[in-house]
Ligand binder design. Structure first.
Ligand code: 5AD
Ligand code: SF4
Length: 480
């Protein structure tokens, strides 16, 4: 069973860029018998960074670990296995993880049997694997996004060999169905509908770390959602880097709008999806969204910039005008829709005029929220080589101006619900102020007074007051 991991090297960004036209096979995950009981009387802790894709992956790793007998713990000093599931999207995300890897060394000093692993997007970069090998000798496991299903085997080998286990693939493999998920919530679930990304926006490392776009079979997704509904889940979020490209790689005539329509028929109260790409968001999808029902009236539609010149340099494949047209169409067919976005400022070559175009677009769309970022060059992506001609002060100042406008949008988006009665999925009790909180159909956070027994239910709340980051509500009906 044991492998000679000294023969295995890290990934190659160049190979990861390749897109080989081949059919992606789907296989079923099965637990290898020799791994049963590997985690008996042992505990694990997974630290997750980055996007919902990573959160979903962590749930799968937790599922595998629990199947092997490991129990979860929150306490580092007590853990037998600690995994860092990492994000590579910006430099800051990476520095934080390297800091953590350094810090965790002292825990290992007290517990030499502790196994520490780094996985997720960072190990998909050659330079990260090399740095970990050279500078972090206390890290025992290094694997990537394409091989989480082999976690049990890696742990087995690490226990057996006491050597560093490093295995990262550049190329995506098969689609693995049936990995047991240990979901973080019992009412809200992530459901991957596809993996990877073929967009190659020039700033983005995701197509390299997550590989070629590949869609799960519709039957597998529909069955998973039906099963979640049977188990009492209230909300499902469909995940993909570009959900609107769903189905393009399947040899059947079935698109994202077909999938959405099939899921609309299932009796589960709420369906959300992320992330959408403005170019691929099509009329059929907007029409299915307009049917309402369990499809929530919120869309996260990353625009990145409002300048056509910058959009072109980013390889986004749409113009400001085309984006605005889609927004208009969405608002026409779904009048109450809430639209949120992602925006990057300080992309190489962004002039004051380009930035003004972004502010203009933000005003025109009336975004009700946004994640805003300063461009972070990622080694191996085309934009990392573009000439940087902006000083950091200008970038920070632009980010501040943009955030001010975005925050006005958050407040306006919340204010439109004042006095209205809305449906809220109750998520939990805040330790700080003893208030319950949950999210509306439009994805707005509401705090309110109520009994803990409401957690997990969808209830009616009247909105009393809107603030920038949340709403304050009051229960209108007896839900007991
Ligand atoms: N620098 C800054 N922001 C980035 N994003 C992706 N790559 C970068 C980068 N190199 C942002 C985009 C994307 C979001 C998930 O992260 O806005 O939509
Ligand atoms: Fe990155 Fe663009 Fe793919 Fe989104 S669509 S993950 S921004 S390459």
């Amino acid at each position: 069973m044991e492998k000679d991991y000294s023969k295995y090297f890290g990934p190659s960004m160049k190979d990861a860029r390749k897109r080989i036209n081949k059919n992606i096979e789907t296989i079923r995950y099965e637990l290898d018998e020799h791994l049963t009981n590997l985690g008996k009387e042992k505990t694990y802790l997974i630290k997750t960074y980055g996007c919902q894709g990573n959160e979903a992956d962590s749930e799968k790793m937790a599922g595998i670990l629990q199947q092997l007998g490991f129990q979860p713990t929150e306490i580092e000093e007590e853990a037998d296995v600690i995994l860092f599931n990492t994000c590579a999207i910006r430099e800051t995300a990476e520095s934080r993880v390297f800091g953590e890897l350094g810090r965790i060394k002292k825990i290992k000093r007290h517990n030499p049997d502790l196994l520490i692993g780094i996985c997720g997007c960072m190990p998909q970069e050659e330079k990260v694997v090399n740095t970990v090998k050279e500078k972090y000798p206390h890290i025992d496991l290094v694997f990537g996004t394409h091989n989480i299903h082999k976690l049990g085997e890696y742990l087995y080998d690490a226990y057996l060999t006491k050597e560093k286990v490093v295995e990262v693939f550049s190329e995506e493999g098969k689609i693995i169905e049936g990995i047991p998920s240990k979901r973080a919530h019992d009412r809200k679930a992530w459901v991957n509908i596809m993996y990877g990304c073929d967009e190659f926006c020039t700033y983005c490392i995701v197509p390299y770390t997550r590989g070629k776009e590949r869609s799960r079979n519709p039957e597998d997704i529909i069955e998973e959602v039906k099963e979640l509904a049977r188990e009492g889940y209230q909300e499902v979020t469909l995940l993909g880097q570009n959900v609107n490209a769903y189905g393009k790689d399947l040899n059947i005539d079935y698109t994202f709008s077909n999938l959405l329509l099939d899921l609309w028929k299932i009796e589960i109260p709420r369906i959300r999806f992320t992330t959408s790409h403005p170019r691929d968001l099509d009329e059929d999808t907007i029409k299915v969204m307009a049917k309402g029902g369990n499809i929530m009236p919120h869309l996260h539609l990353p625009v990145q910039s409002g300048s056509n010149r910058i959009l072109k340099k980013m390889n986004r494949k749409y113009t400001k005008e085309e984006y605005l047209e889609k927004v208009e169409r969405l608002k026409n067919l779904i009048p109450s829709i809430s639209i949120t976005t992602d925006i990057i400022v300080g992309f190489p070559g962004e002039t004051g005029q380009d930035f003004e175009e972004t502010l203009d677009l933000v005003r025109k769309v009336d975004f009700e929220g946004a994640f805003t970022f300063i461009f972070s060059p990622r080694e191996g992506t085309p934009a990392a080589k573009y000439v940087e001609d902006l000083d950091s002060e200008t970038k920070k100042e632009r980010l501040q101006r943009l955030n001010k406008l975005i925050n006005e949008g958050y407040l306006k988006g919340n204010q439109r619900f004042e006095g209205m009665t809305v449906k809220v999925l109750v998520e939990g009790l805040s330790q700080k102020n003893n208030l319950l909180s949950g999210y509306t159909e439009h994805n707005k956070l509401v705090n309110f007074e109520g009994d803990k027994s409401l957690i997990g239910k969808i209830i009616d709340l009247k909105i009393e007051k809107a603030y920038t980051w949340h709403l304050r509500g009051i229960i209108v009906k007896d839900h007991s």
